[in-house]
Design a protein around this ligand. Structure first.
Ligand SMILES: [Zn+2]
Length: 92
């Protein structure tokens, strides 16, 4: 977390979003916790886990962020930290 300029790219297959070509999009860090990660992988429809990569991102396109974020409106207005609701992501 020492370099906020690090380029992030979405881990979902066929999704080409990166912080370079889609700077307006939000990128969520995929949790390193194995159980949570499994859930995210399900939501992202990604069969293959991310292997040894510890820091991977998923862009907002794969979420219903207005509903899934606890502080979406506040975040859009004043910024700050992204907070996902408990139990997110759920499988739709
Ligand atoms: Zn994406």
């Amino acid at each position: 977390m020492s370099n906020p300029q690090t380029r992030k790219s979405c881990v979902v297959p066929k999704c080409m979003n990166t912080t370079t070509n889609a700077p307006e999009k939000l990128f969520f860090v995929v949790p390193s916790n194995a159980q949570m990660r499994k859930k995210w992988i399900q939501v992202m429809k990604r069969v293959d886990p991310f292997g040894a990569k510890s820091c991977v991102y998923c862009c907002e396109d794969h979420f219903d962020i207005e509903k899934d974020m606890e502080n979406y409106v506040k975040y859009k207005l004043v910024g700050g930290r992204i907070k996902l609701k408990k139990g997110v992501p759920r499988t739709y």
